[in-house]
Design a protein around this ligand. Structure first.
Ligand code: GLN
Length: 522
């Protein structure tokens, strides 16, 4: 039952084949059983059961609010949720319970969806591994699935596991491990698509401005968008249909006239032109991902779509440019965490300055501190033109690359999502975090810089038994068209359903719990 799509489970709920409370309890049990993944920071058990009972009343009367009524979902812990602790996986926000919910969360609740928990992430969504939050790293469910485990039977379950990617790794793991039917992530430079791809789920980064960011604790305001993680493209379209639209609380949102609420009905793959950006043949791209990329391009061509090579000439500058802009906005965004307004407050109160400094030192991890420092450096009067202004100019050129290609008649771009399948945790944490994130986001960051929509679709398993995803990038505000093409692609692929290895299900979780407690106490 937990492996069903939203479409299927919603039909079962409406037909009375199962109740929302039954379904909610199953998800909560699943969360407990897969506790070792560390996908959730907070499980909202009581609230979820209450919401599910309310959904049952409506369903019994034959009056569901929407196709999402009674469907369990989870939310990355950088979205505000009313009276529910919202931590951004940072010690800085420990104990912070917002007085309101983010617009996108509220919209899902208003449709009757059932919130089962808040998911784990990199601190303040800075990272590409979901390894850098105060609650410890998230484990990729595929590390405990049959193909990966069968190849590594001799190895230890506690040390031999792969990362989810990030920073929305908890949300991706929640959907992949079947404890949530959908999850919200955030995507600033790839944080929804990267873990979506590494965890074998569908992950959509909508057009900037289509969904409200109100209540999403900002990383880079000019690039952040709420992301949607589901098990099928159809489900992503359903959730997008509910979430899109102007919000008076976010002045960067707009109402798109005649915006479809679901996948397009009249669609012929032969009318589609697919662009393959030549600059995305990155030297670090692994052979297996390249093979899948070519295979899927051939599938499009074989079905009558036009496939052509295109150029996005400024791609190579996007990593550096993203880094400068990200740090500048981070430096300004993080200023609000001063020990007075939210969460953690240091006991050192000898002066206002000492209070600020020690609170921020105690509250933020190294990654966050380093970005604040870099951002303030780039924004110094003598550096501003050289860094910030240059990066903004480059950003414009990167965006124009996309606009030019789409104007030339290309409907979607087909690219890899990540360079390779998921890395082993032990390997991943050896490298410097900044270099690591930068490399891993090479195919996703330019998309945020241009504001266009993109979706990753699970494509195949690698020889290690781990998911490989491919990304489709579309034109601004043509998200449903993009998803319609993605839906077609998904139908051709036959990506396997996750099947857990028995040992993994039975393992003890005490060790992880101890690690979490230690970290929080320190
Ligand atoms: N990995 C990128 C970073 O660390 C993107 C993060 C994100 O999209 N939230 O900035």
């Amino acid at each position: 039952m937990l492996g069903l799509s939203i479409k299927e489970v919603s039909a079962a709920l409406r037909e009375g084949k199962l109740s929302a409370t039954e379904l909610c309890r199953k998800c909560l049990n699943r969360i407990k059983k897969t506790h070792y993944l560390n996908a959730y920071i907070t499980v909202t058990e009581e609230l979820a059961m209450k919401q599910a009972q309310e959904a049952d009343h409506r369903l019994l009367r034959g009056k569901p609010l929407s196709p999402l009524d009674g469907v369990p979902f989870s939310v990355k812990d950088n979205f505000c949720t009313k009276n529910i602790e919202t931590t951004c996986a940072s010690y800085m926000l420990k104990g912070y319970c917002p007085p309101f919910s983010a617009t996108v969360v509220q919209k899902l609740l208003d449709q009757g969806a059932v919130l089962v928990g808040k998911t784990n992430l990199d601190e303040f969504a800075m990272g590409a591994g979901s390894t850098d939050g105060v609650f410890g790293p998230v484990r990729n469910p595929w590390s405990y699935a049959v193909p990966y485990r069968e190849q590594s039977v001799a190895q230890d379950l506690d040390t031999d596991w792969v990362i989810t990617g990030g920073s929305s790794g908890g949300s991706a793991a929640a959907v992949a491990s079947l404890s949530s039917f959908m999850a919200l992530g955030s995507d600033t430079g790839g944080s929804t698509r990267n873990p979506g791809s590494l965890c074998g789920v569908v992950a959509l980064k909508p057009t900037y401005g289509l969904l409200s960011r109100h209540g999403l604790i900002p990383l880079v305001n000019s690039m952040d968008v709420p992301g949607i993680l589901t098990r099928s493209v159809h489900d992503a379209a359903t959730v997008l249909g509910v979430l899109q639209g102007q919000d008076e609380k976010d002045s960067t949102t707009i109402q798109v006239p005649d915006s479809p609420a679901g996948l397009l009905e009249h669609f012929d793959i032969r009318d589609i032109c697919v662009g393959i950006p030549k600059e995305y043949h990155a030297p670090m791209l692994c052979e297996e991902t390249l093979t899948q990329w070519k295979r899927v391009a051939d599938l499009f061509e074989g079905a009558g779509a036009r496939v052509k090579e295109v150029s996005l000439p400024h791609t190579q500058h996007s990593i550096v440019c993203y880094h400068v802009l990200c740090c500048c906005e981070v430096a300004s965004n993080m200023a609000r965490f001063d020990g007075l307004q939210y969460g953690h407050r240091s006991e050192v109160e000898s002066s206002t300055e000492a209070l600020y400094a020690t609170t921020r030192h105690e509250g933020f991890n190294n990654v966050v501190r380093r970005r604040i420092l870099s951002g303030n450096y780039f924004l110094l009067k003598q550096n501003y033109d050289q860094y910030f202004v240059k990066a903004q100019q480059m950003r414009r050129l990167i965006a124009e690359d996309f606009w030019g290609v789409f104007q030339s008649g290309v409907d979607v771009l087909l690219t890899p999502t990540t360079l390779r399948d998921a890395a082993q945790y032990a390997e991943f944490i050896q490298e410097d975090n900044r270099t690591r994130s930068a490399q891993d986001d090479i195919f996703t960051q330019p998309v945020n810089m241009a504001g266009v929509p993109a979706v990753t679709v699970p494509t195949a398993l690698s020889s290690r038994g781990l998911p490989i995803g491919l990304q489709l990038i579309g034109q601004s505000f043509q998200d449903m068209k993009l998803l319609t093409v993605a839906h077609w692609m998904e139908q051709q692929l036959d990506f396997p359903v996750i099947h857990f290895h028995d040992d993994a299900e039975e393992r003890k979780t005490d060790k992880l719990q101890r690690e979490r407690e230690c970290k929080l106490g320190s």
